[in-house]
Design a protein around this ligand. Structure first.
Ligand code: FAD
Length: 409
């Protein structure tokens, strides 16, 4: 277990690094919809993106609690970890389910920063949250798989060497499988082969591949950027007879849905931590402004109509922060944390969005001015009410799996 002094040192180191990437840096990239290459390179060089890679593979071997602190501090500093957060959790699928050869080949290179594993291709235009309805196929042909289909919202695909791809290797066997919102096997540690309740016929047929995009770009793989309301480097990608060596299959063919679920708790806890960092940034910014801005001859923070929304946002953030810490602590001790990871993500996304709205309102007209960074962060943090999993699907997970209410879909 990581000591609090170590955690404080990690937080301080992240803050120092982020100090080199002030608001102006992010504003310029936002205007140009450009990727924060220098920021990601600095995080990689400092080893932060290899936080969860075990030391035997050249990473820092840190706990989830520490990884969450890293992501929180990035956001609290006004930076945007969305440019690279996927590497932290995506490599978990390789770590837990990859072969010894795959791990030895890729993990040290990822830890060194020689290879980037930033892209995670699950969502498709027609299937949405219902992952088991995805249509991209991978057909075995000798020592290769031939992939055809389409993905959407594959973020950072243009800035990644490797992509974790989920494709169907056998036809779907059930008309009403669960969507990727969660399953009652979403526990920590994630189920290993032969464990858990996922992997039966309802969920069989999906497989996970580690695609080396450098080999297939323009040769079966086409990437189209999607311009979004915030600078997120997201894309849609098309596969046309894209060939992937069979040795790049992760784990057992057809078991991919289980591997996918096994990474979701980490993803949710880390993104929840980012939301906590965002909420802290908005609250700090609003409190500072409310202490200093004078209207009608007095500081606006003296008015309870301005003060109370800031206090309310702070209370919401602190409550969400407790749940994020509980989920991370459960994860680190190998205990079940599916419900806590989902609740943490839900509470933290709501807290950051509430804080964003409050911060903008506190600043009045200036909240809309680009140079205050509020409108940019406001756009950025809104995403987490929808991705990687929307609030409704978390509510339905809690309703069904915690409260034992009837399944709603
Ligand atoms: C900027 C961005 C980046 C992303 N990055 C990635 C990525 O890197 N890789 C990746 O694979 N995906 C990525 N996604 C996709 C993201 O995970 C999905 O958008 C998200 O899971 C919601 O799925 P959907 O958009 O298909 O919505 P849909 O599934 O079409 O749902 C639409 C709405 O209906 C609601 N809904 C659907 N079914 C139910 C139900 N049964 N009960 C109640 N409400 C329901 C949903 O909550 C949602 O509000 C990204 C998305 C965005 C916008």
């Amino acid at each position: 277990m990581i000591e609090s002094a170590d955690l404080a040192a990690i937080r301080e180191a992240v803050r120092v690094l982020c100090g080199d990437f002030p608001g102006e840096y992010w504003r310029r990239l936002d205007r140009e919809r450009a990727y924060p290459r220098d920021f990601v390179a600095a995080l990689t060089k400092a080893g932060f993106l290899a936080a969860l890679i075990p030391e035997e593979y050249g990473g820092s071997g840190l706990a989830m609690t520490a990884a969450a602190a890293i992501m929180e501090e990035i956001q609290h500093s006004g930076c945007n970890g969305a440019a690279c957060h996927a590497q932290m959790y995506t490599m978990g699928t390789l770590l837990r389910h990859g072969s010894a050869e795959q791990k030895a080949r890729y993990l040290p290179a990822i830890a060194r920063g020689d290879l980037r594993l930033q892209a995670f291709a699950v969502t498709e235009p027609t299937s949405g949250t219902d992952t088991l309805s995805l249509r991209t196929t991978a057909r075995r042909e000798g020592d290769q798989y031939v992939v055809n289909g389409q993905k959407i919202w594959t973020s950072r695909a243009e800035h990644s060497d490797l992509m974790l791809l989920v494709a169907r290797t056998t036809p779907r066997s059930s008309p009403h499988p669960p969507p990727h919102a969660g399953d009652d096997s979403l526990t920590c540690p994630p189920p290993r082969a032969g464990e858990g309740r996922v992997g039966g016929s309802r969920t069989a047929g999906l497989s996970v591949f580690l695609v080396d995009m450098r080999e297939v770009k323009g040769n079966g793989l086409t990437i189209h950027p999607i311009r979004t309301m915030m600078n997120h480097a997201t894309t849609e990608i098309f596969f046309e007879d894209m060939r992937v060596p069979a040795e790049n299959l992760i784990g057992v063919e057809g078991e991919g849905f289980r591997y996918l679920l096994s990474g979701m708790n980490a993803e949710r806890i880390l993104i929840a931590a980012e939301c906590i960092g965002d909420a802290k940034w908005f609250i700090d910014k609003a409190a500072l402004y409310a202490r200093e801005r004078v209207v009608f001859g007095r500081r606006i923070g003296q008015n309870q109509g301005v003060q109370f929304p800031i206090a309310r946002a702070y209370i919401g953030m602190r409550a969400a922060e407790l749940m994020v810490r509980e989920a991370a602590a459960l994860y680190d001790t190998g205990k079940a944390c599916g419900a806590e990871a989902n609740m943490a993500k839900h509470l933290a996304a709501e807290a950051s969005w509430a804080a964003a709205d409050m911060c903008l309102q506190t600043h009045g007209g200036f909240g809309f001015a680009e140079e205050f960074d509020i409108e940019r962060k406001f756009r950025e943090t809104r995403l987490y009410m929808v991705a990687p999993i929307s609030t409704n699907l978390i509510l339905s997970y809690i309703g069904e799996h915690v409260l034992e209410l009837p399944r709603s879909y």
